[in-house]
Ligand binder design. Structure first.
Ligand SMILES: Cc1ncc(COP(=O)(O)O)c(C=O)c1O
Length: 418
């Protein structure tokens, strides 16, 4: 029997839920769920769609695909509706890509914990390449070249490189120059670029320029995105992929549609109504995205400050809702408390201080590194009312229910590192 394990972030979440049920008090920074209430106009579309019980085309209905094509065109990536395939979340679309496109996969280190297991499920090998100092979500270009050479010397055949723009693990965004360098290598080495842009619409500062590889290497880039993160709809399962125009792109798209036809058939019709509305980006959706991005930025920056004050080096977050501190500057002090690696650091934070984080090695990082991902989107409040307050606040970190949690996190790190 194959040795498949539950995704580490979901496994940690289950553990935390068990401990909470036993009465423990835990601040859960280990789960990338966006704790915000459903946006009412989305609920209205969902309810109105409930009467549509027949299954439509596998790739998604024409109205939805037109709306998604418009979404990409507004982001400097001209797109036809026939280049779009919808799925029940972007996760299954990413798995389909792994199964359709031959060759091994290169992922940044650290990276979202699903990329490598999906490659392995598809019978491939995942090669992890360290991220540059500047930002996560992309492999360091020099290390990428070295890895391709080393992989080929081992008889492997790397053909896909996955980028996360912006990066969910570190909350950072690769610069246009870095993206350009990766595109050049992809052209030279004949790699397909998979650009996971699921956090694109929650860049904290609307002026931040994201350059997609689909702009620079359109013939060899597939973009995936969805509504789980930007509109906090993780449980509704809505994702889309944009395929390159041209023969290769159409072949990959047709393969993904064939896979979908045997696995999920089509995205639930009520969800397609939601997605059609959201991807058209009417003013109220844009307003909601702007409020969400402001909130994510404010709290991610507050947690970043706590980590730096505790002695970590940490890239400042500019998108999504996480920070990725590195506690190596206080390694000796931590060693005195029995913390010597990623696993013991996350264990001590949970067992002794009630702080749940996703240990770096679970994201493919080195086991002896003192790093973890702290998701900050679970700090907005436990009820819809508190979450709404956070969303509406000009300074959410000062709201009592948020600042209490930030204080608790600060005190815990003061004890671990002090
Ligand atoms: C970087 C990244 N990509 C993709 C996904 C998958 O999201 P979904 O399948 O809900 O679209 C996630 C969700 O955790 C993520 O963090």
């Amino acid at each position: 029997m194959a040795d498949w394990r539950v995704s580490p972030s979901l496994a940690l979440d289950e553990l935390v839920v068990e401990r909470l049920a036993l009465g423990e008090s835990i601040v859960h920074l280990g789960f990338g769920e966006v704790r915000l209430p459903a946006f009412e106009p989305l609920v209205e579309r969902l309810v109105a769609g409930a009467y549509r019980t027949a299954a439509g085309p596998v790739a998604g209905g024409p109205a939805l695909r037109e709306a998604v094509a418009g979404y990409f065109a507004r982001r400097r990536v001209p797109t036809g509706a026939d280049q779009i395939v919808a799925g029940p979340g972007s996760k299954p679309l990413l798995l389909a890509l792994n199964l359709v496109v031959r060759g091994d996969v290169i992922v940044p280190k650290p990276a979202w914990n699903t990329y490598a297991p999906q490659a392995e499920l598809a019978g491939k090998k995942a090669f992890r390449v360290p991220i540059p100092a500047q930002a996560g979500g992309v492999p360091d270009p020099g290390a990428l070249r070295d890895t391709i050479i080393a992989a080929r010397a081992l008889g492997r055949d790397p053909r896909i490189v996955i980028l996360t723009l912006p990066d969910d693990s570190t909350g950072t965004l690769a610069s246009p120059e870095l993206v350009r360098e990766i595109c050049v290598i992809a052209e030279q080495e004949d790699l397909l670029i998979v650009s996971d842009e699921i956090h694109r619409d929650v860049l904290h500062d609307p002026r931040t320029r994201l350059t997609s590889p689909a702009e620079l290497a359109p013939a060899r880039t597939v973009v995936t995105t969805g509504l789980s993160k930007n509109l906090a709809l993780g449980g509704w399962r809505i994702g889309v992929a944009r395929f390159p125009d041209g023969v290769w792109g159409r072949r990959i798209r047709d393969g993904v549609i064939a896979f979908a036809s045997e696995v999920w058939s089509t995205v639930a019709e009520p969800m397609q109504r939601v997605a059609e509305y959201a991807f058209a980006e009417p003013p109220e959706i844009r307003g909601r995205l702007a409020d969400s991005a402001r909130l994510h930025g404010s709290i991610a920056r507050a947690v970043h400050r706590i980590m730096v004050d505790a002695g970590a080096v940490c890239r400042p977050p500019v998108g999504a809702f996480a920070v990725y501190p590195d506690f190596s500057p206080v390694r000796e002090r931590l060693a005195g408390r029995g913390v010597t690696d990623s696993a013991s650091l996350s264990r001590q934070l949970l067992d002794e201080h009630g702080i749940g984080v996703l240990a770096g090695h679970l994201l493919g990082d080195d086991e002896d590194a003192l790093r973890f991902k702290a998701s900050t989107s679970t700090l907005y409040g436990d009820t819809a009312e508190l979450q709404r307050q956070a969303l509406d606040s000009a300074d959410p970190a000062r709201l009592p229910h948020v600042s209490d949690l930030l204080t608790r996190i600060g005190e815990a790190f003061g004890k671990v590192c002090g």
